[in-house]
Design a protein around this ligand. Structure first.
Ligand code: ADP
Length: 432
């Protein structure tokens, strides 16, 4: 007798014995007494098509066996979208997981056509589960099947998502390449006239007529400062494109960190005084010389100090600490930490800030001076610093408790440069 074809009215017509027969065919091994109790606890329920029997997230207090019809099982992806998982037909069951886990429903079950089910409450279900090895085995088999199916589906979706991501990445890389090419060509073309402009402006500065006239002197100073800034930006772009292209060479020689940071301090002395910033170095004199490209190393740390100045409010402190450390994979290293008492960096930006042209917040909100608080910059400094450090076989990263312009939690930039000799020529050039 094929009980799975019984319709609800037939089950009901035939009463308890029919329900018992149906359950016996599914859960053999139950003694007659258990079977009779289970049949008594079971409610025959009929649902029209499109009706929800269980809803994901709601408490589950019953287990269902499908007598006739078909249901679909769905999982919520987000507030608006649900995903079809599988469909179940006569003789199959659902709702057992929430009962076993004593939790809420893991999925929504909706009828795909008029469907008849046997609904069995938690307590009789758990009792019968303990008494019927066949039910336990069937539940295990069904769970296993669902897991395999979910695995297969997840893998297929992952493969599809990966393919979509790969295509999107390819497209982005093409766009990025075009953008970088354009910027690089423009920087090349514009650098020469800007260098000439800077030269002429500096000559004008020295002209006796300008020297004598205070107003003119201020105007020419403005031209010199702006042109100098423009010149630096073009140089940074060219530096960066070399780092990216791998078209740059390292010219190694012994680098002394006290000398590097003395140079940087001298370069920013005026800004440090103007902004009342304390600049302190610790432990640099105890460091060994490092085989590196002095010009590039200077550039990398110059950007870090420049940022520390830009993102620290007046009256703050910048501390540079050096020590020799042993690093797994890199061996003995010089570790330099540039730390400030500035606005800090949000956790989600700690990696992104090393991307070229990445700047936190609205570019228009930044002020325009290169050493002014939150002074503008093209978003290249850290990308260059990272390129230089990587070309030296080292590591660079940022740490910060978070971003807060009021509390100023500060930031730390850590650089590790291996002390072993550089292998051949790496890919960065020191030319300005
Ligand atoms: P930029 O020219 O904008 O300074 P960078 O590549 O040097 O470009 O830095 C990228 C971004 O990282 C900056 O716009 C800033 O938001 C953040 N940043 C860098 N250094 C610091 C720092 N010391 N403190 C807080 N934020 C920083």
């Amino acid at each position: 007798m094929c009980y799975t074809n019984l319709a609800m009215d037939r089950l009901s017509d035939q009463g308890l014995p029919a329900v018992e027969d149906f359950l016996r065919s599914l859960f053999f091994g139950l003694d007659e007494e258990e079977l009779a109790r289970l049949a008594q606890a079971a409610r025959v329920r009929a649902f029209p098509a499109g009706e929800v029997i269980c809803r994901e997230g709601e408490p589950g207090d019953a287990f269902y066996v499908i007598v006739e019809g078909q249901v679909g099982v769905y999982k919520q992806v987000d507030d608006t979208e649900e995903r079809w998982l599988n469909s179940l037909g006569p003789g199959e069951f659902f709702g057992e997981l929430a009962l076993v886990q004593e939790g809420t429903r893991n999925a929504t079950v909706r009828t795909l056509e008029p469907t008849t089910v046997l609904e069995i409450g938690r307590e009789p279900f758990l009792r019968v589960l303990g008494a019927s090895p066949s039910l336990a085995v069937r539940i295990l088999v069904q769970l296993g099947r669902r897991l395999v199916e979910a695995d297969r589906r997840a893998l297929a979706e992952l493969r599809e998502a990966n393919e979509q991501l790969r295509l999107a990445l390819e497209r982005l890389e093409r766009l990025d390449r075009t953008k970088t090419d354009f910027i690089q060509v423009s920087a090349h073309e514009l650098r020469t006239p800007v260098a000439a402009l800077l030269g002429y402006a500096q000559m004008m500065q020295d002209h006796p007529l300008v020297q004598k006239d205070e107003q003119l002197r201020a105007l020419v100073q403005g031209i010199v400062d702006s042109t100098d800034r423009l010149h630096r930006i073009f140089n940074s772009i060219l530096d960066l494109s070399r780092v990216i292209e791998g078209d740059v060479k390292i010219h190694p020689s012994p680098v002394s960190f006290p000398v590097v940071f003395q140079g940087i301090r001298d370069e920013f002395q005026e800004a440090l005084e103007e902004r009342n910033l304390t600049f302190e170095v610790k432990g640099l004199h105890d460091l060994p010389f490092c085989q590196a490209d002095p010009v590039l190393i200077y550039k990398a740390f110059r950007h870090l100090v420049n940022n520390a100045i830009k993102y620290t409010p007046d009256g703050g402190r910048i501390t540079v600490t050096g020590e020799e450390v042993e690093v797994p994979d890199l061996g003995r290293c010089v570790q330099i930490v540039v730390e400030d008492t500035g606005i800090g960096i949000a956790p989600e930006d700690l990696d992104l800030i090393f991307e070229k042209f990445y700047r936190v917040g609205e570019a228009s909100l930044h002020s325009s001076g290169t050493t002014a608080f939150k002074g503008g910059g093209p978003g290249l400094g850290l990308a260059i610093a990272r390129g230089v450090v990587l070309a030296h076989g080292g590591r660079i990263w940022a740490e910060s408790p978070g971003y807060d312009e009021e509390a100023c939690p500060g930031s730390r930039f850590i650089v590790q440069l291996p002390l072993r000799p550089l292998e051949g020529e790496a890919a960065v050039d020191g030319e300005e």
